[in-house]
Design a protein around this ligand. Structure first.
Ligand code: NAD
Length: 501
């Protein structure tokens, strides 16, 4: 970075002062150094709960992307030449250093996303550390794959793919970024990360941790910025070999089109419109609390959220009343308060989009059972708030029943038979996840297998074993990550066939 340009733009990564009052300036991390972006455009990062400025994030350009990809390319051969065990040691070091910043991760994530601090601790901070530990363990456990023939032996070798572009959304910022970085570098790739411009804080924290532990320069790089300025040139870059993208389906289409001409290896984790199917033989208490959690965790801003609840006719009224009572008893408020269960939505634009869906639902004949504006102290008057909302009476074909809303809005539907429940659940372009609630486990399994999704839970939700495949079908994505599926995606399997004497 030209020092004069540094001064002009007010950007100086050498003077990062964690105790500085006021908004924090973030920097790109390229070739083992925090650096300024090539231009002088910044974007304000706002706290969703208050609407106040929290930080400034650089809006990087293709010039910054070029520098990051070049740094990653330079670092990859030496990194890829390390043994799997050596790379696993690095993942453990990152996990240990992240764990020391556990509380920082939780508080930054809560301020940056508007989610409750208790959730940021239990889900975001915990999983970010676990992701590095888990993949370190999995790398060490890998067994050699050898296939004997009468006259030859086949050895399968897993080679790094090269330089990876890792692009992540705002709902689970470090959780999802670490889910990609750990297996990608574990398999010997170098990477360029592009976190969401709305929630860049913990990606910056991860770069600090990576810098502190002394990971070889260029193995992990980060370019901040928006989709058009930084994400698009990264995906299109001629020297990027793979793209792992998590985000919206519309963006996924653009990413797929841009990656296709150069045949980049591609994993797409996209949107969802998931059904929770409640049968009359369910355990009512467990089901109500499980389905409420599935509908509203993280203000309904989890791709796996069960935003459509399908309830068997005979228990519909009973379930609906208990469900609405449970929703109304949720504590909405200050994300930093330990007792808070629901925080703010990510941005005023997103709140506008979610609120618009509620208006559409009314026009589509929906009956609003609960919702509106939560009453909050005045310091939150400019935040992005919405009370958890439940709507009944919509046709399963309506827009609100089939499109991804990605907010605290759940629609209730009745069904008369197993076949009808499955038909309603599958009546969407998405195919990510679902849950089935019944005491008949045979039926639970049967219905699960009829759903056009990548994942289904029976009598639970978001219960995750990191070894299992994760991903969607239809417009919810392409490919699988998780456990050995991640290791497979972030490597090229090569077969060596050796003829015996
Ligand atoms: P988004 O698609 O708007 O943005 C995701 C990321 O892509 C951001 O970093 C953004 O800057 C970047 N981006 C935007 N345009 C780009 C382009 N043309 N080229 C490259 N990158 C570009 O999504 P969002 O609003 O941040 O996240 C919400 C969506 O993510 C929801 O649809 C949700 O269902 C989905 N999601 C899916 C999963 C999953 O595992 N399937 C997990 C979390 C979120």
């Amino acid at each position: 970075m030209d020092p004069e340009k540094c001064c002009e733009s007010g950007c100086n990564p050498c003077e990062r002062d964690p105790d500085k009052e006021g908004p924090i300036d973030l920097y790109n991390y390229i070739g083992g150094e925090f650096v300024c972006q090539s231009g002088d455009e910044w974007m304000n990062v706002l706290e969703p709960a208050t609407g106040l400025r929290f930080a400034r994030v650089p809006l990087s350009t293709s010039e910054d992307v070029d520098a990051a990809v070049a740094a990653a390319r330079k670092a990859q051969p030496a990194w890829g030449a390390l043994s799997v065990d050596e790379r696993a040691v690095w993942l453990d070091r990152i996990a240990d250093a992240l764990e020391e910043r556990y509380e920082d991760i939780a508080s930054l994530e809560s301020r940056d996303t508007g989610k409750p601090i208790s959730l940021a601790r239990a889900v975001d901070a915990k999983r970010s550390v676990t992701n590095f530990r888990f993949f370190a363990g999995l790398l060490r456990e890998q067994e050699s794959e050898i296939f004997e023939m009468e006259d030859s032996t086949n050895f399968v070798v897993h080679k790094p793919v090269g330089v990876g572009a890792l692009i992540t959304p705002w709902n689970l910022p470090l959780y999802l970024l670490s889910w990609k970085v750990a297996p990608a570098i574990g398999m010997g790739n170098s990477v360029v990360c592009k976190p969401s411009e709305l929630t860049p804080m913990t990606a910056d924290l991860l770069m600090q941790v990576i810098d502190d532990v002394g990971l070889p320069a260029g193995v992990v790089n980060l370019v901040h910025g928006n989709g058009g300025g930084a994400g698009a040139p990264l995906v299109a870059h001629h020297d990027v070999d793979l793209v792992s993208f998590t985000g919206g389906t519309d963006t996924g289409q653009k990413v797929a089109a841009s990656a296709a001409p150069s045949f980049k290896k591609l994993s797409l984790e996209l949107g969802g419109k998931n059904a929770s199917i409640v049968f009359s033989d369910c355990d009512m208490e467990t089901t109500v609390s499980g389905v409420v959690r599935a509908g509203f965790l993280n203000q309904g801003q989890v791709c796996l959220c069960g935003s459509r609840v399908l309830v068997e006719d005979s228990i519909y009224e009973q379930f609906r009343d208990r469900f609405v009572d449970a929703v109304e008893s949720m504590v909405v408020g200050d994300p930093s308060d330990e007792a808070t269960e629901l925080g703010a939505l990510i941005s005023s634009e997103h709140l506008g989009k979610v609120s618009e869906y509620v208006e559409v639902a009314k026009k589509e004949g929906g009956n609003l059972l609960t919702g509106g504006q939560p009453s909050l102290p005045s310091k939150f008057e400019h935040g992005n708030w919405m009370a958890p909302t439940v709507i009944e009476g919509l046709s399963p074909d309506s827009r609100c029943s089939t499109e991804e809303i990605f907010g605290p809005v759940v629609t209730l539907h009745r069904f008369g038979s197993e076949e009808e429940a499955v038909a309603i659940a599958n009546n969407t372009r998405y195919g990510l996840a679902g849950s089935v609630w019944t005491s008949d486990l045979e039926r639970g399994k049967r219905v699960s297998e009829s759903l056009e999704t990548g994942m289904v839970w029976v009598n639970t939700w978001l219960h995750r074993d990191l070894r299992v495949p994760f991903g969607g079908v239809k417009d919810s994505g392409v490919g699988r990550e998780g456990g050995k599926w991640s290791l497979g995606f972030f490597s090229e399997a090569m077969n060596v066939c050796v003829k015996h004497d």
